[in-house]
Design a protein around this ligand. Structure first.
Ligand SMILES: *Cc1c(COP(=O)(O)O)cnc(C)c1O
Length: 222
């Protein structure tokens, strides 16, 4: 990897936007190189890989799980995960709450929305999220902090479409904020924007961008 890539991306991101350096598939040496520049926020999308890296890397790194999370794997990350980006069901949230309680901590989560035209992506509709937030199950959870929303735009060159999808997520955020989190200052994050579209996302109100290949180079999947 080239550390210049990291520095260039970092420079483009305003101070009030959080940069999650997405290190999936990349070796710990690459993560350490970015860490040594003073950056401590990294994202992974697979539980096993996240745990393996957590174990060998400095303990002041904030680890974000950005990918789809299976319920039976929550227990492995519950002791240390900083933010879970992709909560898309009440069942998953219940399990996170249970494991958070076991670890005597509160786990921060974002609700993932389906905003892309592609149907391969995970995420809820606004109605499903409202149902979740109104449910007695949710209201009784004591070890969860919902801090905002997350979404992925369609993988396309059509900038207007990407913008429209980010605007949809921005609107969902404000609907939920005004109905459920008006007096909850923790609910403030909009996680949107990846290597191909983070500058557009920032223009559309993103507060967290998740950038991988623009920092670490293209990924090779074996
Ligand atoms: C891989 C991944 C990213 C980063 O993708 P790049 O295009 O490499 O920046 C962001 N968000 C999620 C959910 C991912 O899985």
């Amino acid at each position: 990897m080239q550390i210049e890539n990291f520095k260039r991306v970092q420079k483009e991101i305003p101070e009030n936007v959080t940069l999650v350096a997405v290190s999936k598939t990349k070796p710990v040496e690459d993560i350490l190189a970015v860490y040594e520049e003073g950056h401590k926020i990294f994202g992974e999308n697979k539980v096993q890989e996240l745990v393996r890296k957590y174990e060998v890397l400095p303990k002041d790194i904030q680890w974000h799980l950005i990918g789809h999370l299976q319920r039976n794997k929550v227990k492995y990350i519950a002791p240390f995960v900083h933010l879970i980006h992709a909560v898309d069901s009440l069942k998953l949230l219940k399990e996170i709450n249970k494991q958070a309680k076991k670890n005597d901590r509160i786990i921060s989560c974002l609700l993932q929305f389906h905003i892309a035209k592609e149907d391969s992506k995970f995420g809820m509709t606004l109605d499903t999220a409202i149902e979740l937030l109104k449910s007695d199950d949710f209201l009784s959870m004591q070890n969860i902090s919902i801090e905002g929303v997350m979404g992925m735009a369609t993988n396309t060159d059509d900038e207007e479409l990407i913008r429209e999808e980010f605007r949809t997520l921005f609107n969902y955020f404000h609907v939920l904020k005004s109905h459920f989190f008006k007096f909850n200052d923790a609910f403030k994050e909009i996680s949107m924007g990846m290597s191909g579209d983070y500058l557009i996302a920032i223009e559309e109100g993103s507060t967290i961008v998740r950038v991988g290949s623009a920092i670490f180079g293209e990924r090779k999947y074996l």
